[in-house]
Design a protein around this ligand. Structure first.
Ligand code: DND
Ligand code: ATP
Ligand code: GLN
Length: 569
């Protein structure tokens, strides 16, 4: 047996775009073939995109995916790529037993294509059903392991969650003996997850006593961001190759084995670690700094959402504050500053510096900057309705929401909501006001991190010899909604540093009041924050979606009843 060249095609698929996804499979297989690959492996559910949620339950969708898969096999052969073994993911159907009256259930499938036909199919065994995943609802689990023969090597195939659980297919492959374990992944990004994936791969590599090739998808899909970062570890878990994060990439690596009648061991020679060594000089992309990683995840999430939903531009209100400034900078990095419409909407309480900072920011990022005073509109509403207090304050935010939605309707921009995770936690936004929009880039970023990301982005610009996008005063000024004279957030909220500490314990770690007090937190602060968080559940449910970047994002990760009388004792 000679060298087996393996290509990990880290691509960006779009859910439901069978045509584009399969075109991409052919294109990246061509690149892999040019790089001399015997085997090219794509991410989880390549043909359909991931996650497909209840599309899996539509027979018409499953038929469409299967015919796209068959057409891809034929096209690969027609284009002279048939000798490469191509492993892709798709939606499959459970093999039905004879006399089985129940309709076949969908499966999350890996499929090996070669010479124009399907060589093997593997159904994912372990279906994740926690956090953002609901795979038990839509898929039936597989029961059989899968081993491919590629250029004389035995290649085991599993899908994502299969390596997160003990037993099942990895145990079966250990018994069967493999030279390589392939893992097709749709593993959503969250802070620090790279280490977890590497540890898991190491564990499974040692278990099967063979290298593990882990290929992950890249790109944004609704509230999920896929960061790529595909990699290969050897049988001891040492890193051999790693793709960069947040970009499509082809990672090529060579597995070399000695002849199959290895006398050094009585185990199947193909599975013996002594019979394997890595001869590749594949690249190892450097790991990213934590702030850069999150910033780039946000950029990827936003650009994916904009592009895949057919938008070309975004619109947002520029207040001169840090949240809108950071969202504008992320937008400029995602789709180009010229596609960002920033609107300053001064009210009677807007300070001069907030307008200057908004204009300065827009100039720095090259945005389409507009000024739309809202005073006449607010006055008209106030006069007609006779409003005062909170009702009058919120009117300003609501008029701004109307202006942004009007620009969206008239010119086709996606409206961005600028709220951050801390505000979302305590309901500190005006519903149907600054909470309007289609996408909320900072939804999973707490206020402390908002400042850190702004500083990171500005420093990165300085390092690159560019103009920092965010005006320094937007970073240093005290946060204010400017809904009444001299208002600052800290009139009604604890300092953000303290607020974020309480939120981290209560929301992210689901600690109770007693545990919070045991941390030494002030009882009055704890009681206030918990009451605000509990009361704001309904507001969060109506908030636009935004990219998940932490272990626990509001939305699918944290599902609480809105109507509940439970309060922390
Ligand atoms: N359980 C429930 N189910 C359905 N609806 C419920 C509800 N509880 C209240 N409501 C509704 O919610 C309304 C109150 O909510 P809402 O109208 O939003 O108003 P509200 O939450 O009372 O006030 C908005 C707060 O956000 C602050 N803010 C506003 C704008 C920007 C920023 C910022 O810094 O970014 C901060 C502002 O200073 C104020 O403290 C009620 O009138 C009621 O209609
Ligand atoms: N004068 C304004 N002109 C345009 N948009 C505004 C204005 N004031 C508020 N907004 C919009 O409403 C959002 C809520 O901002 P607000 O100033 O109330 O609080 P914030 O959370 O501190 O946000 P920021 O840090 O962006 O100021 C802003 O991010 C911005 O999109
Ligand atoms: N698609 C999957 O099976 C992903 C599940 C796995 N726990 C991950 O987050 O990577």
């Amino acid at each position: 047996m000679g060298d087996v060249r393996i290509a990990l095609a880290q691509i960006d698929t779009c859910v439901g775009d069978l045509e584009a996804n399969t075109r991409s499979i052919v294109e990246w297989t061509r690149r892999a073939a040019e790089a001399g690959a015997d085997l090219v492996v794509f991410p989880e559910m390549t043909v359909t995109g991931y996650p497909i949620e209840d599309l899996a339950l539509r027979a018409s969708f499953r038929r469409g995916a299967e015919s796209a898969l068959q057409a891809t096999a034929a096209r690969l052969e027609e284009e002279g790529l048939g000798s490469v073994t191509v492993v892709v993911g798709s939606v499959g159907e459970q093999t039905r037993r004879e006399h089985d009256a129940a309709p076949a259930r969908p499966t999350n499938q890996a499929v090996a294509l070669r010479h124009g036909s399907v060589q093997a199919r593997y159904d994912k065994h372990h279906l994740p059903n926690y956090g953002v995943f609901d795979e038990f609802r839509i898929f039936a689990p597989g029961t059989e392991p899968c081993v491919l023969e590629v250029a004389g090597a035995r290649v085991g195939v599993v899908v994502c969650e299969d390596i997160w659980q003990d037993g099942g297919p990895v145990a079966a492959l250990t018994r069967a003996g493999v030279d390589l374990l392939l893992v097709l992944n749709g593993s959503p990004f969250e802070e620090g997850k790279g280490h977890v994936r590497a540890e898991l791969a190491t564990r499974r590599a040692r278990e099967v006593d063979a290298p593990v090739a882990y290929v992950n998808m890249v790109g944004g899909q609704d509230d999920l961001v896929f960061d790529g970062g595909s990699f290969v570890v050897d049988a001891e878990g040492r890193l051999l190759a790693r793709a960069p994060q947040f970009v499509e990439h082809l990672l090529v690596w060579g597995l070399a084995t000695r002849p199959s009648d290895d006398p050094a061991t009585d185990r199947p020679a193909a599975a013996a670690s002594a019979a394997r060594r890595d001869r590749s000089r594949a690249q190892v992309a450097p790991a990213l700094d934590p702030d850069e990683e999150i910033y780039r995840a946000l950029v990827t999430g936003l650009s994916g959402y904009v592009r895949k939903n057919g938008f070309r531009s975004v619109v947002l209100g520029l207040s001169g504050g840090i949240d809108s400034a950071l969202v504008a900078a992320i937008s400029a990095d995602a789709i180009g500053g010229e596609n960002v419409v920033g609107v300053s909407m001064p009210s009677r309480y807007s300070s001069d510096h907030s307008r200057d900072d908004a204009a300065d920011l827009a100039e720095r990022i090259g945005a389409d900057y507009r000024v739309q005073p809202i005073k006449p509109m607010v006055d008209a509403f106030e006069g007609e309705l006779g409003l005062e207090g909170v009702a009058a304050e919120n009117l300003q935010a609501r008029v701004r929401g109307v202006v942004l939605m009007a620009l969206s309707n008239a010119e086709g921009h996606l409206v961005l909501a600028t709220g951050n995770k801390s505000e979302l936690a305590v309901g500190y936004s005006t519903i149907y006001g600054d909470a309007v929009g289609g996408f909320a880039p900072l939804k999973d970023v707490d206020k402390s991190r908002v400042w850190a990301l702004a500083r990171w982005r500005n420093n990165a610009a300085v390092d690159a010899g560019e103009v920092p996008p965010i005006p320094e005063s937007s970073i240093t000024k005290p946060p204010s909604a400017e809904l009444r004279p001299g208002q600052v957030d800290q009139d009604s909220l604890p300092p953000y540093e303290l607020l974020d500490e309480v939120l981290d314990a209560y929301v992210e770690h689901a600690e109770g009041r007693a545990e919070l007090l045991a941390r030494g937190l002030d009882a009055a602060v704890v009681d206030k924050v918990l009451a605000l968080v509990d009361r704001a559940e309904w507001k969060r449910r109506q908030y636009p979606l935004g990219p998940k970047v932490t272990a626990l994002a509001f939305g699918r990760d944290r599902r609480l009843p809105i109507t509940t009388r439970w309060r922390e004792p």
